[in-house]
Design a protein around this ligand. Structure first.
Ligand SMILES: Cc1ncc(COP(=O)(O)O)c(C=O)c1O
Ligand SMILES: [Zn+2]
Length: 420
């Protein structure tokens, strides 16, 4: 039977119990899928006829009745072969899984479709999250779709304007907390403790992780096999843990027979997981004042740190930091070589590649999937801040040509002898 289990002490809980942390040791929980049952379910080839999406993998997801599914058509995002970018970095097989193609523009939708479906199954009417932006945008949209009330707490002044606009537009009750994400999450926990009518949908909720694991299924199917390396940004550390769970489950049911190395990337000013990895520790020391231009991963005390470290250690993976300047350079490089506009946090994997290659962590012939977790439009003000303001010119054709430096070239074209 599929059930919940504490990742620290192994205590099990019923799949329908509303619980976020172990009652015995305060550890976080995971959904344990019944692999035998799953093998039987997927042996009929039925699911392979469905289009690529989160719900193609319904057999792997802990929702009992299809009637409860709340969907905006999430997943099925492109796996883009990036030849121009690969060449610049010195790699041969580089792919970007562009999660900005999801309905609200980030990977959070994979988790939210499952999380809010579970909320419907449990019969709760109010959902809540703390957020660096994308989670609030996603939860607000799925709450609207399912007719639930939505509360979101965000760090004041520290989330992308696009994300704020999404949460407001979808009708969430939004509170800006004077503090950082970790403070907001702490408030959310306390609110849920005081009021059991409010259902928590941060990635500590294991149903979110269930939805997010489908990225591993999709990547494995899009490539035909799992990649050699999966490079992902790490903030609250749910997503890297989710992908690792997905690769494990696909292998356990016999659909694949290899798994990638999981490589987690954090911003230099918000890197508790990388710090622990470097010291080969099995515990994470929180960072009190995290700071980075990549506001989506400006997190000092990641809830899923244990799951993330397990993913990295078990997969013989790696963890690395990148500076804010490297992040902004990588964002621009990705946009200008591949036509993919990702937000700063999503550019951290690209920003790390040269370093990983130079250090011998990855090889130039490895197949590498970088996850671009969210769309660049969500944080558009970063671009105008960094690139500067475009010039203004009179509506005069000579002035326009002059500012484009076209005049000289244009003259030369006219002077060229005709070939006829
Ligand atoms: C765009 C983006 N990338 C990466 C992350 C980090 O994901 P996780 O918190 O699951 O580590 C987030 C989290 O908010 C995000 O919004
Ligand atoms: Zn426990």
């Amino acid at each position: 039977m599929t059930h919940l289990k504490c990742i620290e002490c192994g205590t099990t809980y019923d799949i329908d119990e509303i619980i976020y942390k172990c009652g015995k040791c305060d550890g976080i929980l995971e959904v344990v899928t019944d692999i035998e049952e799953l093998r039987n379910k997927i042996s009929t080839d039925k699911w392979k006829g469905r289009s690529l999406s989160v719900w193609r993998y319904i057999d792997f997801l802990p929702i009992k009745d299809k009637i409860n599914i709340v969907t905006l058509n999430e997943g099925g995002t492109g796996l883009h072969r990036c030849k121009r970018l690969a060449e610049k970095i010195g790699l041969k097989k580089l792919f970007i899984k562009f999660e900005g193609e999801n309905p609200t523009g980030s990977f959070k939708d994979r988790g939210m479709t499952v999380g809010v479906s579970k909320a419907r199954e449990l019969g709760v009417s109010i959902v809540i999250c703390a957020s660096t932006g994308n989670t609030s945008a996603s939860l607000a949209a799925y709450a609207a779709k399912s007719g639930k009330q939505c509360i979101v707490l965000v760090p004041a002044g520290k989330i992308g304007v696009g994300k704020l606009a999404q949460a407001i537009a979808h009708g969430a009750r939004l509170i800006q907390v004077k503090g950082n994400f970790d403070d907001s999450l702490d408030m959310v926990f306390q609110l849920c403790e005081r009021n059991n009518q409010i259902y928590l949908l941060n990635s500590i909720n294991p149903f979110r992780i269930e939805g997010q694991k489908t990225i591993a299924f999709e990547v494995s199917e899009q490539l035909g096999v799992p990649p050699d390396c999966m490079v992902m940004p790490v903030g609250n550390a749910g997503n890297i843990s989710a992908a690792w769970k997905g690769f494990n489950e696909f292998e356990a049911v016999g659909l694949t027979n290899s798994k990638p190395r999981m490589i987690g990337i954090q911003a230099e000013g918000a890197s508790p997981i990388v710090n622990a990895y470097r010291k080969k520790k099995i515990r994470v020391e929180p960072i009190l004042f995290p700071e980075t231009v990549a506001t989506a991963i400006r997190i000092g005390n990641p809830v899923s740190w244990r799951k993330a470290l397990n993913s990295i250690y078990e997969s013989n993976g790696y963890a690395e930091t990148v500076t804010d300047q490297e992040i902004l350079d990588a964002q621009r490089l990705l946009a200008q070589t591949e036509g993919i506009f990702a937000e700063p946090a999503s550019a951290t994997p690209i920003a790390s590649l040269k370093k990983l290659l130079d250090q011998g962590v990855i090889n130039k012939s490895d197949s590498i999937v970088c996850v671009a977790t969210g769309h660049g439009l969500k944080d558009a003000d970063v671009i105008t801040r960094v690139f500067g303001k475009p010039i203004e010119v009179e509506a005069d054709i000579d002035a326009i040509e002059k500012s484009l430096n076209l005049l000289v070239k244009y003259d030369r074209w006219l002077e060229e002898p005709s070939s006829t």
